[in-house]
Write a protein that binds this ligand. Structure first.
Ligand code: MN
Length: 285
């Protein structure tokens, strides 16, 4: 099923340009129904046009957002990083950084660089503690798009990536049975119409099963938790007025976000010029 959260957080099944409400009241209810084997496709009765609903972030209140740092070799190279996921483990993004699809990223500082990172993310469907790599995919409810918006510099990743609005997610959450192999997903990400990132998840250093297994060896994963798999090469600065668009094969609808900086102030921390060295800004067309 291709699921969306919409309006006040109710959940529906996307069927071309129609949204068919589920009996489940919320995405969390749908995840619980999935875990008990009771999630079934709704009848067409009360379908509403997609254009008439406001799409929301698929899961608004995960207990945590787990994120893979440096999980593509080409991104490791462009960041001049001597370490990748196998040495770094994971970091956390604040759940309060989530942003609805089509929402506006608010850049907090006028004197720092902020980049887009397009990523494939997954939502956990059942409690997972120390699950093996072989069993890990059975704990995945579904897959969605995520933008891991990032301030460059020397502050901790969890600070640089946790500003309010820095995690646009959605718009579609495709159940694992329908999504297919998460290791064969094509990813493209545009900023202001320029294609910046073009990659396949077959180039992930740690694939989805290994990420879920590893994360569950550190912390219990709960239904609704989000794991984002990391970004490929092509990160670059974003600025007020930009539109970011992320396309993942198998989702059917792209994730977009606008960028604004209307309330930006000077950065109170001094990490500028420290930390991993990002690539030079790409040419804008
Ligand atoms: Mn990232």
């Amino acid at each position: 099923m291709r699921l969306v959260s919409y309006d006040d957080g109710r959940v529906g099944c996307l069927d071309e340009n129609q949204v068919i409400p589920l009996p489940a009241a919320t995405m969390r209810d749908a995840i619980a129904a999935w875990d008990s084997g009771a999630l079934t496709a709704p009848g067409r009765g009360d379908a509403v046009p997609l254009a008439d609903v406001r799409l929301r972030v698929p899961v608004a209140d995960p207990s945590k957002i787990i994120a893979a740092p440096v999980n593509y070799r080409d991104h490791q190279a462009e960041m001049n990083s001597d370490a990748q996921v196998g040495a770094l483990g994971f970091f956390l993004k604040a759940p309060s950084s989530l942003l609805d699809p089509g929402g506006t990223i608010q850049l907090p500082y006028h004197d720092r660089r902020f980049d887009q990172e397009g990523e494939l993310a997954l939502v956990i469907g059942r409690t997972a503690r120390r699950v093996s790599e072989d069993d890990a995919l059975a704990y995945v409810f579904g897959y969605t798009g995520l933008l891991d918006i990032t301030m460059r510099g020397g502050e901790d990743r969890s600070t640089r990536k946790s500003f309010d609005t820095f995690t646009p997610m959605g718009p579609v959450l495709v159940t694992a049975d329908e999504f297919g192999d998460p290791g064969q997903v094509d990813l493209r990400c545009w900023v202001a119409g320029d294609l910046r990132q073009k990659a396949s998840t077959r180039d992930l250093i740690w694939g989805v099963a290994r990420l879920v297994s590893y994360a569950s060896s550190v912390t219990t994963l709960y239904p609704g938790d989000v794991i984002t798999t990391g970004t490929p090469a092509g990160v670059g600065p974003i600025a007020a007025g930009d539109t970011i668009r992320l396309e993942l094969s198998g989702l059917g609808l792209d994730l977009t976000a606008e960028v604004a900086a209307g309330e930006a102030v000077a950065s109170p921390t001094s990490g500028h010029g420290r930390g991993p060295v990002p690539p030079p800004p790409p040419e804008r067309h």
